[in-house]
Design a protein. Structure first.
Length: 457
């Protein structure tokens, strides 16, 4: 039987009621042993919230799934705990009307949805049910609708209704696979760190990091560390036989263009949170009022003034409906040529050489990249000793807004940088004449014709 972690967030968990019998920190995690004792004590002294009692008792007695039951007395206690500890429940029972809450329940719900991949059963009194349903149907909760359901705890069958709906959802692919994947990923990370632990972690930092002249210490940035570790973790995941092919159950996604673009954004981009300039960053330039994609190599950016002599190289990125870029394309490209434009991938535009397009880059708009529009920025050395070599950081380039940037993921990053460089430096040869070109093209085109069309009997 599969074992799942169930977390109940409810201020009616009887911590105060049984404080003389069980010593519990009310602001911390309440584990399943404590719940077991609370259920026993209910034979002598009934819980204040009998609906909550019957719900937990029903979870203990049902036979479909095996649950480890944990709890917190408030939303904030849960959020504080997961910020400091590794704890990721599969299911949360969320009491909406918590009297000790320090912020609105809808804000707490949103924060939990964004920080924990789990199913959430909102379990609350009848006086709140209609308001809760209205709030959870608002636009901001729509991306999470498949993970939320609401049950009136005052109904006589509320416990069985919650368990029934949870069991239905846990049999769905996303929860079954997500739970297994989290477990396998955690195992892969632990094994990878164990391998590093066999060596010297300090040597690892010195070998793959860089020397910070300001702090006089060897450091490795978190993103650089993640990139080094990624292949090892990926290898562990791929070697796990429990990772099976993923099969879609329905094709309802197709036809919803916005969702498809959002999924491509998820696959293609991430948003770095540090201050390090890296190849593949797409960053807003405040003076030019446009994005630039950094194409200077990471090894040159790590010793920026020594290797790049203070020069950073980038490619401008324009919003797809920017009038200036639209006029440029229309002025230099034939209309029929534009009508024939095709784009099968980021690096495979046809009838439109010199540009490519990034889908929904800023989660709002598509962006056009002109492959040959290279620009350089010269950055003044921050030290009196011009021979010093520093890693390039955005605080050295005040015109770049480091808080407003994206970075391409692999395999897109390496492919598009190579595409840019090839576009700029490619060696051309004379074009074939039209007659020769047609003759050569027919070798391939004729392969698609039947014998009658080829004039053969």
């Amino acid at each position: 039987m599969s074992k799942y972690n169930l977390c109940i967030i409810d201020d009616k968990i009887p911590v105060d009621q049984y404080k003389n019998k069980v010593e519990v920190n009310p602001t911390n995690l309440i584990d399943q042993n404590i719940f077991t004792n609370y259920l026993k004590f209910a034979d002598e002294e009934k819980w204040e919230d009998t609906n909550l009692y019957y719900l937990i008792k029903s979870f203990k007695e049902q036979k479909v799934f095996d649950f480890n039951i944990y709890g917190f007395k408030s939303h904030s206690f849960y959020l504080n705990y997961i910020n400091e500890n590794l704890f990721s429940p599969d299911v949360i029972i969320f009491d909406w009307d918590i009297g000790t809450s320090d912020k609105p329940s809808d804000e707490s719900l949103m924060e939990i949805l964004e920080k924990t991949y789990c199913l959430i059963a909102i379990f609350s009194g009848c006086d709140m049910i209609n308001d809760i349903k209205i709030i959870t149907n608002e636009e901001k909760f729509k991306p999470f609708n498949y993970r939320i359901f609401v049950v009136d705890k005052s109904e006589s069958n509320s416990a069985s209704e919650v368990i029934k709906k949870i069991n239905e959802h846990l049999n769905e692919f996303s929860y079954e696979y997500g739970r297994d994947f989290k477990h396998i990923l955690n195992t892969a990370i632990n094994k990878t760190f164990c391998r590093i632990g066999e060596l010297s972690f300090n040597q690892f930092i010195k070998l793959f990091g860089c020397y910070d002249e300001d702090d006089k210490k060897y450091k490795i940035q978190s993103l650089d560390f993640i990139e080094i570790m990624f292949d090892q973790i990926k290898a562990h995941l791929m070697s796990s036989r429990s990772i099976n092919p993923l099969i879609a159950k329905e094709d309802s996604l197709f036809g919803d263009l916005l969702i498809e673009k959002q999924l491509w954004h998820f696959r293609m981009f991430h948003e770095p949170q540090d201050n390090i300039v890296r190849k593949g960053d797409i960053v807003w330039h405040k003076s030019d009022k446009k994005y630039y994609l950094i194409i200077s190599s990471d090894c040159h950016l790590n010793d920026f003034w020594k290797k790049n002599l203070g020069i950073i190289t980038a490619i401008p990125v324009y919003q797809a409906d920017d009038p200036s870029i639209i006029d440029k394309i229309k002025n230099y490209r034939d209309k029929n040529n534009l009508k024939s434009f095709k784009l099968s991938s980021l690096v495979n535009p046809s009838q439109g050489a010199g540009l490519t397009i990034l889908p929904l880059m800023d989660n709002k708009n598509d962006y056009i990249v002109l492959l040959k529009a290279v620009k350089t920025f010269e950055v003044e050395h921050p030290s009196e000793n011009k021979k010093d070599s520093y890693q390039m950081k955005y605080d050295k380039i005040p015109d770049f807004n480091s808080e407003h940037r994206f970075r391409l993921n692999e395999p897109f990053l390496s492919a598009i940088i190579e595409f840019f460089l090839r576009s700029i430096t490619d060696i051309g040869v004379p074009d074939y004449s039209k007659q020769i070109r047609n003759s050569l093209e027919n070798h391939i085109k004729n392969l698609g014709l039947d014998e009658t069309e080829n004039g053969k009997k």
